[in-house]
Design a binder for this molecule. Sequence first.
Ligand SMILES: [Fe+2]
Length: 399
Amino acid sequence: MKGENVDINAISEIRSRTTVYFGVNAITKIAEITGTLKNMGISRVLVVTGKSSFSSSGAWAYVEKAFRDNGFTYELFNGITPNPEVDQVDEAVKIGKKINAQVVFGIGGGSPIDAAKSAAILLANPVKSARELYEAKFTAEKALPIVTINLTHGTGTEINRFAVVSIPEKQFKPVIAFDCIYPLFSIDDPALMTGLSADQTRYVSIDAINHVIEAATTTVASYYSVLLARETIRLVVKYLPIALDKPNNLTARYFLTYAAMLAGIAFDNSLLHSTHALEHPLSAMKPEVIHGQGLALLLPAVVREIYHTKGAVLADILSPIVPGLTGNESESDDASSGIRRWLTDIGVPSGLKAIGFSDTDVPVLTNLALTTPSLGFLLSLTPVKADESTIERMYRRSI
Ligand SMILES: [Fe+2]
């Protein structure tokens, strides 16, 4: 296969606010990371992770050895589920307090890493709870240092300042954004991701696609976010079918991980808007909904809604998905149906009905999009006025 002229076995050091070790076998850099932590006087670690991938991926064997070699003590909390909830974070914090943790490791996909970031804030602000954090009752100025070992190629959380945790009794799934939760170090090792299922592979990459489509079209988009969007979409369209066909193909995993990391930088810079603001109510109401699947089902309606004002950018960045667009406002249906076709081709069922929603849910979903803390801000960044009727229309067209 023709590659991108990159040696995937060379581990690159990619610096943003976070230093990311990137490449096949980048997990070996854990020895260097723990050495640096030791020099900082750090030796007590809270590890936040999910049920099993931290171990089945092969990551844990390296991490545990590095802890042992440096004489670190640690507590491991592996109770984080997909679409994690505030009580899980509070539980992790309780365990971290037991050993007076000095650093938090998040190992896994977006859910464990976001829970780790949240725990890092709460361990540095010990009188606060996860509910207070996610109900925006305080501004987090400080957190313990965070190290992440990213095990999916989608969320971009390993390189940015965001985290998402749900408050189940309110059906809220808010986003927090604080400078103090940029990870200090992250590891992006594609060799740890070959065990992702077809659905995980598909939907984490669709998450990345949505991050850049939104980041390139918010009211605060820049040439930088458009540049990152162009490359992210090109890489996902090229390598996602390969990874779906051959899960062990490391070149495909490498570039999907690269794409997701670029997307994480894109929305760190230019934020997100309505696809995410409309998805969070879906997976808050039904925690079994996969974030990327919800996004996939909403994306055609969102693009249709914004194309008339962002046609030039969308025609440019979407060209690997829908070739031939020119940016003319008359193309909004073509752009939307072209995206739907591509999603069908990669195995996404169409319509929110497929995940158990119907027209009768639209008022509740609309209300959640408007009332969940932080989502109103995202809606305000939509390049069209995303008021109640616009939101309802986008949901209805997605059913
Ligand atoms: Fe996302």
